[in-house]
Ligand binder design. Structure first.
Ligand code: PLP
Length: 246
């Protein structure tokens, strides 16, 4: 018997396949990232063993808590949450290969200092606030160009693309607008030809809106609830500064 989580995973794979087909894209162009906040290492392992390879965590504490249990299971971990500068040093202990939520110069500079002192480098995506909602992080669309240029000068950080959280709304057209805006920003950055800046990755789309994101060019979709079930905490717990103390 197939477990519910694996059943859900198969449904998501089918949705991704269908969305790719509908927009004439190859499935190889779209990676599935498992958004694993609040999910136990056992359940994550189950999905990794079913052929997935990429997880994303929102909190340094969760990366730390699950590190040992997941060590022997081949996978890659991206950081997708709001990163406080005082957590950088801790985060870098746990083999995170990409920080998708780089959204401000101060964070970039502090990351760079720390990485340089350890003689290391890091892949990053710059997070853009495409929905203009006050509760979400990300550089605003008019700040992002300056941020890309400044971060490109920090030689330990390799910019690979952009990330956004679309508007959480049932209004399909409004959600798509967010994804289209990220795609537009990507095109404009590519046109600037900034040395050292790659713009291949667009991380956008979640459980409720991955089809729209794939249609607009997503290369990474981040899916939590639709695979692992409802979380105990509302997303504002993860996305709201005043509540994220760890
Ligand atoms: C939780 C989370 C997701 C996944 O959201 P679901 O609606 O559960 O699929 C994606 N991206 C980020 C940044 C998240 O925090």
């Amino acid at each position: 018997m197939v477990s519910p989580v694996i059943e859900n995973l198969n449904l998501i794979r089918a949705r991704i396949a269908k969305a790719c087909q509908a927009s004439g894209r190859s499935m190889n162009e779209v990676k599935l990232l498992l958004a694993t906040k609040t999910v136990t290492a056992d359940r994550i392992t189950e999905v990794l063993l079913a052929g997935q390879t990429l997880i994303g965590e929102n909190k340094v504490q969760e990366v730390r808590d699950k590190f040992e249990a997941l060590k022997s299971v081949p996978h890659e971990t991206h950081f997708i949450g709001h990163l406080q500068t005082n957590k950088i040093k801790d985060l870098l202990k746990y083999n995170v290969t990409c920080i998708q939520s780089l959204d401000r110069l101060e964070l970039a500079e502090r990351l760079h200092q720390r990485l340089a002192s350890e003689a290391r480098q890091m892949n990053v995506l710059l997070q853009v606030n495409t929905s203009f909602e006050a509760s979400k992080f990300g550089a605003s669309p008019d700040q992002i160009f300056d941020l890309v240029r400044r971060v490109s000068e920090l030689e330990t950080l390799h910019i690979k693309g952009l990330m956004t959280i679309g508007l959480l709304s049932a209004d399909h057209a409004q959600v798509k607008k967010c994804f289209r805006l990220l795609k537009d920003i990507q095109s404009q950055i590519i046109a600037e030809n900034i040395p050292g800046v790659e713009m291949n990755e667009l991380s956008m789309g979640m459980s409720g809106d991955l089809e729209a994101a794939i249609e607009e060019g997503a290369t990474i979709v981040r899916v939590g609830t639709a695979i692992f079930g409802q979380r105990m905490y509302p997303d504002s717990y993860y996305w709201n500064e005043s509540l994220t103390s760890s």
